[in-house]
Design a protein around this ligand. Structure first.
Ligand code: CA
Length: 334
């Protein structure tokens, strides 16, 4: 083949790759999103858990993002700190009247003094997942900034030659607004600084708040792929009319698994039809959360669950605490 032909083929290939639509492609391999990192194995949202998820073959790695008092986006699941850190020991007098310690009341320097441990149930103080990592704070796990995590993933992309994406969730934007902060512009600016600004970049921005996602698209004018998260209590979003509206501003939906399927007493999956309805509107479906140690009722095993969501339902991606087992499952299917 001549150089010219090769070059023309490469140009065509590049053009095709640029124009690949976000929505599900027939036969495309589903993607694995590491939910809070490899959180089934190490304390959630630590850089250690993210590096482990990367090495386990995740396609995307999730970041839950909240702001500090000094407006730094940090990666932590809750707007409160008491579920995953030793904040009650380090800053015993900094709780609000409701007894919780809010990240937004602490500067980054203060938050960096906290050690992260395995998630606890704040009511009982017991581990949320009894089989997971230790509760002790002997190991020096810390809350990362979003910037630290992005740079780590970009560094790993360079050193491994892979192209793992990021998947930030803006946590409770209405709470941030009541506290006088707008989380969206701060996060979008940081993403843009690290090269995440165009539709084809390897990032999905997710949020439960439909008004805020629309604001990101229409007022802030972001081009990034947007995912409307949908909990089981947001039933109006999964009606045909609700999905029509979501398709106006989002690229996909992130429903809880229970909105996609359930298993009967014999372990047979029953599908709600949500995935077909979303696909018919050009929306991808990335459902949460597949956990090997917290299966849906009547699912016989983690792999049984994955077979149902990827095989039967045609899910485009799954958030999972166990990216190694999801990756092994998809490899075995190929
Ligand atoms: Ca999340």
């Amino acid at each position: 083949m001549s150089y010219k032909i090769v070059r023309a083929a490469c140009t065509l290939l590049a053009a095709l790759m640029m124009s690949v639509p976000v929505h599900a492609q027939e036969g495309a391999r589903p993607m694995i999103i590491a939910h809070r990192g490899a959180s089934g194995y190490l304390p959630e949202h630590t850089l250690e858990a993210k590096a482990m998820a990367y090495a386990m073959g995740a396609d995307y790695i999730e970041q839950d993002v909240v702001l500090t008092r000094d407006d730094v986006p940090i990666v932590v699941h809750d707007i409160i700190l008491d579920t995953v850190t030793n904040v009650t020991e380090v800053f015993p007098d900094r709780a609000r009247p409701d007894g919780h310690f809010y990240a937004i009341d602490f500067t980054l320097a203060e938050i960096k003094r906290l050690k992260v441990h395995e998630r606890i149930d704040p009511q009982t103080g017991q581990p949320a997942f009894p089989e997971r990592f230790l509760l002790e704070t002997v190991v020096d796990f810390r809350i990362p900034t979003l910037e630290e995590e992005i740079v780590m993933i970009l560094g790993l992309n360079r050193s491994t030659g892979r192209a793992v994406g990021i998947y930030p969730e803006l946590k409770e934007p209405a709470f941030h607004q009541r506290e006088g902060k707008d989380i969206g512009p701060i996060v979008l600016e940081l993403l843009a600084r690290y090269g995440y600004a165009r539709r084809e970049d390897s990032v999905f921005v997710q949020c439960f708040d439909p008004d805020y996602l629309r604001y990101l698209r229409e007022t802030l004018g972001t081009d990034l792929k947007l995912i409307q998260l949908i909990s089981s209590s947001q039933a109006t979003l999964v009606t045909p009319q609700g999905l029509d509206v979501v398709a106006e501003y989002a690229d996909g939906i992130g429903p809880s698994l229970g909105l996609v399927l359930s298993f009967d007493g014999q372990g047979q999956p029953h599908y709600t039809g949500l995935i077909e309805q979303a696909h018919a509107r050009g929306l991808v479906v990335h459902a949460y959360t597949a956990r090997a140690d917290a299966l849906p009722a009547n699912a016989q095993s983690f792999e049984h669950l994955l077979e149902a969501v990827f095989g039967g339902a045609g899910l485009d991606a799954v958030f999972t605490d166990h990216p190694d087992r999801a990756a092994a499952f998809l490899r075995a299917r190929e």
